[in-house]
Write a protein that binds this ligand. Structure first.
Ligand SMILES: Nc1ncnc2c1ncn2[C@@H]1O[C@H](COP(=O)(O)OP(=O)(O)OP(=O)(O)O)[C@@H](O)[C@H]1O
Ligand SMILES: [Mg+2]
Length: 368
């Protein structure tokens, strides 16, 4: 009797199991987060991608509240798209903004849609979670580059226009100085004019340099060799300024496609900024490594023991003409960022006030 009964039931059980398995493999094949919740907001199913994202397996979160397990910022608020879907029986959408552990902005595009029973009553909600942080980052980047390009164009235009009248001022002052002779009482003034015009001329040529398109000539190069070439210029300066230069080079760093002159300029800008931030001496550590786990990038860090960068300046330091130094023009970092980006990489900064600043260059490499 028992045997017969279970034999009859087996195909149905099998069918249910089979369709459950199919459902799970379909959602597991999706590379966005998929979570199924019931009307009490308890998790009924979740795909592999989402389990990996939150670092928890299904048995750990089964029947637990979705807002707890997913750390949901719209819990309890009317923004919750699942709440809206349960209320209206229609699809809903929200974009969540938050920061990850490293302080990077994370944007999640969340869509919810209803699952209904045979009476057309909504019993469950499917939550589809897509990470759009990279897209948002690229959008912001495009806006920043556009702003930078227009700033550079204006700068080039102004610099060009100022150059001619300035050379007339300079020429006239030199003529006047000669005419007055070496012991004239007003010589002090002509000297002041000439000296200041020279400063403006330096600023203008830096501006024009900044605005000019950068011709790139990329070759496979050893990053350590490029670093050593640049650092050689600075050894004397470091010694005089009582700055300890520490090379923490990673082993077996792959070659990188780079324009040696431009990247050398970036290394120089970052090292000079560090030196200028430590007038009383300190430590400049240059650390290199192949970035794990994907290993497709090489990272070069410049870490100093200066005063650090105040949080309110962190977003400004890469903008052209932002400088807190009396003699600074404020083009070093924006120029460096532009060069690194032209290599397909990025330049970022980290800082804790009172503990120094770290600038990080990340470059793509072509070997694994
Ligand atoms: N290592 C650092 N420590 C602290 N602050 C820094 C550091 N590097 C850069 N900064 C801050 O960022 C600002 C911008 O740097 P950037 O190199 O662009 O310009 P600058 O050094 O002031 O002038 P320029 O490089 O054009 O001569 C600096 O004025 C300083 O406030
Ligand atoms: Mg600088």
């Amino acid at each position: 009797m028992m045997g017969n009964h279970s034999k009859e039931k087996e195909p149905l059980e099998k069918q249910i199991l089979e369709s459950k398995r199919k459902f799970q493999s379909i959602i597991d094949g999706i590379t966005d987060g998929i979570v199924l919740i019931d009307s009490k907001y308890k998790i009924i199913a979740i795909n592999k991608f989402m389990q990996q994202k939150i670092n928890k397996s299904f048995p750990e979160i089964e029947s637990k509240h979705c807002y707890r397990m997913l750390n949901c910022p719209s819990y309890g608020s009317d923004d919750c798209p699942a709440k809206k879907t349960f209320k209206t029986s229609g699809a809903s959408n929200v974009i969540h903004e938050s920061l990850d552990k490293e302080g990077n902005e994370v944007y999640l595009d969340i869509h919810t849609f209803p699952l209904k029973d045979e009476n057309d009553d909504i019993t469950q909600v499917v939550v589809h979670i897509r990470d759009i942080s990279e897209r948002k980052r690229l959008e912001k980047e495009a806006i920043r580059i556009e702003k930078l390009t227009s700033t550079a164009e204006i700068a080039a235009g102004v610099a060009h226009e100022v150059r001619n009248p300035l050379s007339i001022v300079s020429g006239s002052a030199q003529y006047l100085q000669k005419a007055l002779g070496p012991s004239h009482a007003y010589r002090e003034y002509t000297e002041t004019i000439i000296k200041n015009v020279q400063t403006v001329e330096i600023i203008i040529s830096e501006l024009l340099n900044f605005a000019r398109p950068l011709p790139m000539s990329l070759e496979l190069k050893d990053v350590h060799e490029c670093l050593n070439k640049t650092l050689r210029f600075l050894e004397k300066k470091c010694f005089e300024q009582k700055i300890q230069l520490i090379k923490e080079y990673g082993r077996k760093l792959p070659l990188v496609m780079l324009d040696e002159q431009h990247i050398g300029q970036v290394f120089l800008n970052l090292a000079l900024n560090a030196l200028q931030a430590m007038p009383q001496g300190g430590k400049l550590t240059i650390h290199t490594q192949q970035r794990c786990p994907e290993k497709k990038r090489v990272m070069v860090k410049f870490k100093d023991t200066g005063p650090g960068i105040p949080p309110e300046n962190m977003v400004k330091i890469f903008a052209p003409f932002f400088s807190t130094r009396p003699t600074g023009i404020g083009l070093g970092l924006s120029m460096s960022q532009r060069i690194v980006e032209m290599h397909g990489g990025f330049l970022t900064a980290e800082s804790t006030m009172g503990q120094g600043a770290t600038f990080i260059i990340t470059l793509p490499c072509h070997e694994s």
